[in-house]
Design a binder for this molecule. Structure first.
Ligand SMILES: NC(=O)c1ccc[n+]([C@@H]2O[C@H](COP(=O)([O-])OP(=O)(O)OC[C@H]3O[C@@H](n4cnc5c(N)ncnc54)[C@H](O)[C@@H]3O)[C@@H](O)[C@H]2O)c1
Length: 265
């Protein structure tokens, strides 16, 4: 898929990877880009920077009615939606003792919002024979992660949902790609995943695996062009994934060693 002349929605578009995607899509000649984010993230400021082909939508995508209103806004402002980027995410929660509300937030933002968007858009895409869903999951969605159970679990769910969309609707004209980076230099990485001293940022920085959001956006556009499912800005992730599939118990033992090294336990 070429982004030129397409109408795009980017959730979590006011910062980090989402903002870089929105800029890249405008550079690639998108007809319309909706920058969707929480009010406090100020999506309007980013839409103003992007110019007249962009518009802003403020709201919480973990609510189904908000996602429906987002799609309605995009259609009214720019026309039918060609590409939905389910990119908003939260890296919260650490261990089993976390309150259920933490799990609810992680499920709401990191996976349920994707389901709401697919429900709002995929039937129309199947009818017209085209449409594209980009999931921002994470390497944590294929090779898990040290530290946050809700993050690892919901990102696996996001990958599974993207796979399911591709399997179910791929032959009906619906394209799906799934972005699975390790460290990206954004607020999320710099804030870390938890408050017990172990953060996703610690792990990926120690491994020297942090890239800039603009590089991720370049990788996304290249993958959309090829209509390739898996987008790995860190190619090492493919090796980790293959090792996991090749010998699950060995991979788990390696992850425990990594956790011990990171926590000093
Ligand atoms: N930074 C990394 O190292 C990294 C690695 C792998 C995957 N990711 C994923 O990339 C995506 C983008 O994250 P980022 O790194 O750019 O971080 P970020 O914190 O800069 O961006 C996340 C955006 O999502 C928005 N958001 C959060 N909850 C929302 C909600 N309920 N409704 C609407 N918007 C909401 C935030 O306001 C923020 O602008 C996330 O899904 C994240 O899990 C990030």
């Amino acid at each position: 898929m070429e982004v030129e002349n397409k109408n795009v929605i980017v959730t979590g578009g006011a910062g980090g990877i989402g903002k870089a995607l929105a800029w890249k899509f405008i550079e690639e000649g998108a007809a319309g880009v909706v920058v969707a984010d929480l009010e406090r993230a100020n999506p309007q400021a980013v839409a103003d920077e992007l110019g007249e082909r962009a518009s802003a939508f403020a709201g919480d995508v973990s609510e189904q009615a908000t996602v429906e209103a987002l799609v309605a806004h995009a259609e009214e402002a720019h026309g039918p939606v060609d590409l939905f980027c389910a990119n908003a995410g939260v890296a919260i929660g650490v261990m089993l003792e976390d309150d259920e509300a933490v799990w609810d937030t992680a499920f709401g933002v990191n996976i349920r919002s994707h389901i709401y968007a697919a429900k709002a858009l995929v039937p129309g895409w199947v009818q017209r024979g085209s449409g594209y869903f980009l999931t921002t999951a994470s390497a944590a969605g294929i090779v898990s992660q040290i530290g946050s159970a809700p993050y690892a679990v919901t990102k696996h769910a996001a990958v599974a949902f993207a796979e399911w969309l591709s399997i179910t609707y791929g032959d009906a004209g619906v394209g799906v790609s799934c972005l699975c980076p390790m460290g990206v230099n954004t607020n999320m990485l710099n804030a870390g995943a938890g408050d017990d001293g172990v953060t996703a940022g610690d792990v990926v920085r120690a491994a020297g695996m942090v890239v800039e959001p603009e590089q991720v956006a370049d990788d996304v556009v290249a993958a959309l062009r090829e209509e390739r499912f898996l987008i790995l800005p860190h190619p090492e992730v493919l090796t980790f994934f293959q090792r996991k599939a090749g010998d699950y118990d060995r991979w788990l033992a390696g992850m425990r060693r990594l956790q011990a090294a990171v926590t000093g336990a």
